[in-house]
Write a protein that binds this ligand. Structure first.
Ligand code: SF4
Ligand code: MSK
Length: 661
């Protein structure tokens, strides 16, 4: 099909939804328009052409055996059962459980890879990386009872990787980081029988229990869901974060540039997209290699411009201040600029649609991880034992593409500034100072009401929802109501593009939060890292409990979480580990459960009565804010902290001031 036919096909097939309805990201809008002109479609167009299956959206179907697949009726959920007799509650609970198992598997496999690299570094088999943060190594070791006094780094590190391997392989007993859980929360988990063993065991049991003819009680399935999700949050994800910090450095605030304008027409542009930091860290070394810089210059480029996207980008922006070009829903759009000389990917959130877009603009799309090959992409396997050799080769390929650029280049000028990198350690230091690092000032300001509570706003973007819009509107309303916002993953990039992650954004906060931000010099919205770094939020919540004055368990805290534009199974696992940890967690877009069923009530009400958190759902950002603030106020009241406070809505002058920012 020639280009004219392609243009006509896309124009005819795409419902040509106005770009303003697809995304609030100006650069992405421009590239969708260019793509449509060039005859290139993106997930935005495909979503418009692909009506979501309503039965699947309600999770009212089952294909766990070949007596089916069976479809139930969400409008009359108890009117019918599957061929085996499975009820709607069993079917939905099993589907939900398998999403948790898949999400947990993704994070724990990522964490396991980090342990593999760590072990290789400690044993001298991997020489291109080193232990960068010895202080963090000691702190993590001490937190799980490993002796550090008078011991060498190698001795401590050896004990640590051996101990952390149990996070995955332990057949019986509690995972190592259970020691970090506030005692009363841990007591609740023990009482309910949901303290995780190794993730491999939990995922295996989850898959077994959801096989035809095994666990057929939604409440018992949910119990194993909680155990599996906790093996992610307090296990695989937390290990991934901690090992990455030990190897590559613990983040501290750094000013970064965001949005597609970080691409440079006169340089070799390399994008890293995916999740694991080792590929990116090695690429940083390669783009600074003098011979490769010279080769780029010899090819006519002014230099090599390395930028991140999605969570790979979120990992390194908080450690090195590397520019970030956009979140999940901008990964195809950025290729339409024609300016990308190579996109290298590893694992997770990598759309197969990238292949076609890359092909249209002559951009090499390189897969690097043995777990992720994509038909039509070039595979260059990244060798952890010899990482720089691989990334050097990738840089050479990018330089070659630069030399032979044929695509018309159009880079949107949009560039925003954000300050990100608020690790738990830095928050501790920022609030308490270097000599008395502590969460006491945070707790004090919550107790005195300057800060109403803390919200985690995290997660993906999704073409079923206007990109970035819900994230930005929700966060604006939360901070206006004195709720401090912690962020990870793609959400923080939406807020960075909107200008809310700088200390200057404090003027958009309510008076109490504004005062605290101005005193400390911090933004009202704190970017913590990638989606595995949600574990930093768990640690922050544990510290708040430990510091005192806000109850005995995470469930007592005036906090709430949200993934308003989620799209992945990982997000479901994250959501459920927050719920099981005690946090009210609201999801947007759609919720894969039929309302009014027993399983729905179990997740949305019963879990809270058992001492855990609970799920919530709303699509509109203002409805989500209302739910979260009401929950925070409920917890404040239970702690005896508050008279009721009025919720403040954004007015036009607020909106104008943010547009002008
Ligand atoms: Fe149908 Fe039961 Fe088989 Fe599911 S497990 S497909 S409900 S028969
Ligand atoms: S990358 S899981 S789209 S946050 Fe972690 Fe972003 Fe969601 Fe992927």
């Amino acid at each position: 099909m020639d280009i004219k036919e392609k243009v006509e096909k896309v124009a005819k097939e795409a419902k040509q939804v106005p770009v303003q309805d697809l995304t609030i990201c100006d650069a992405t809008q421009k590239m969708i328009i260019k793509g449509r002109t060039d005859g290139v479609e993106t997930a935005f167009d495909r979503a418009a052409n692909m009506k979501a299956c309503p039965i699947g959206a309600d999770s009212a179907c089952c294909k766990h055996c070949f007596m089916g697949p069976c479809r139930l009726n969400a409008k009359d959920p108890y009117g019918k059962v599957g061929v085996c007799g499975a009820t709607i509650d069993t079917i939905m609970a099993r589907n939900f459980a398998r999403m948790v198992a898949s999400g947990c598997a993704a994070h724990t496999d990522h964490g396991m890879s980090m342990v593999d690299v760590f072990r290789g570094v400690v044993n001298g088999k991997i020489k291109d990386y080193e232990i960068k943060d010895v202080e963090k190594l000691e702190a993590v070791a001490q937190s799980i009872g490993i002796e550090t006094e008078g011991r060498t780094v190698k001795e401590i590190a050896t004990d640590l990787y051996e101990e952390l391997e149990r996070t995955y392989t332990q057949v019986e007993g509690e995972i190592p980081f259970a020691k970090r859980v506030p005692p009363k929360t841990l007591e609740t988990w023990r009482k309910l029988g949901i303290v995780p063993r190794g993730a491999m065991r939990e995922i295996m049991e989850m898959m077994h229990r959801t096989h035809i003819g095994v666990d057929q009680h939604y409440a018992n399935i949910t119990k194993q869901c909680s155990r599996t999700a906790l093996a992610d949050g307090w296990g695989g994800s937390m290990v991934a974060t901690e090992i990455s910090d030990i190897l590559f450095g613990t983040p501290s605030p750094v000013s970064i540039e965001v949005d597609m304008g970080v691409l440079k027409e006169d340089q070799v542009n390399i994008i890293i997209h995916g999740h694991e930091p080792n590929l990116f860290e090695s690429m940083i070394a390669s783009v600074n290699e003098p011979t490769l810089v010279a080769a780029a210059k010899a090819a006519g480029a002014k230099g090599i411009n390395l930028v991140g996207m999605c969570c790979s980008g979120a990992e390194v922006l908080v450690r090195h201040g590397i520019p970030h070009a956009g979140n999940f829903m901008s990964t195809e759009a950025i290729l339409i600029t024609g300016a990308v000389d190579m996109m290298a990917v590893d694992v997770q959130c990598i759309k197969q649609g990238l292949v076609k877009v890359a092909e249209c603009y002559n951009t090499p799309l390189i897969t690097t991880n043995p777990r992720c090959h994509i038909e039509g992409a070039t595979h260059v396997e990244f060798d952890d034992h010899n990482p720089k050799e691989t990334t050097d080769e990738l840089v050479i390929r990018a330089i070659t593409r630069f030399k032979n650029r044929t695509a018309k280049i159009e880079i949107p000028k949009n560039v925003g500034i954000g300050v990100h990198g608020f690790s738990h350690e830095y928050i501790n230091y920022m609030l308490g100072g270097s000599f008395r690092g502590s969460y006491t000032p945070l707790n004090d300001n919550i107790i005195n009401g300057r800060i109403r509570g803390v919200a985690g706003v995290v997660g993906c973007t999704n073409p079923r929802i206007k990109q970035d819009w819900v994230h930005v509107e929700l966060v604006k309303e939360l901070i206006k109501n004195d709720v401090l916002v912690l962020q990870t993953g793609c959400s923080q990039i939406a807020l960075a593009k909107a200008g809310l992650t700088t200390p200057e954004a404090a003027h958009l906060a309510g008076p109490g939060l504004q005062e605290v931000c101005e005193t400390v010099g911090m933004p009202p919205v704190l970017g913590l890292g990638s989606c595995v770094d949600n574990s930093r939020i768990l640690i922050a919540a544990s510290e708040m409990v430990r510091t005192g004055g806000l109850g005995d368990t995470i469930a007592d805290l005036p906090v709430a979480g949200c993934a308003p534009e989620y799209m992945s199974e990982k997000a479901i696992s994250i959501g459920h580990y927050f719920v099981a940890s005690g946090v009210y967690t609201v999801f947007g877009v759609t919720f894969p459960i039929v309302e009014g069923t027993k399983f729905h009530k179990h997740l949305f009400e019963d879990l809270e009565t058992m001492g855990l958190g609970k799920w919530g759902f709303a699509v509109n950002p203002h409805d989500i804010a209302r739910l979260m603030i009401a929950h925070i106020d409920k917890k404040r009241k239970a702690l005896g902290l508050d008279k009721a406070r009025e919720r403040v809505l954004m007015d036009m002058s607020d909106r104008r001031s943010i547009d002008a920012a």
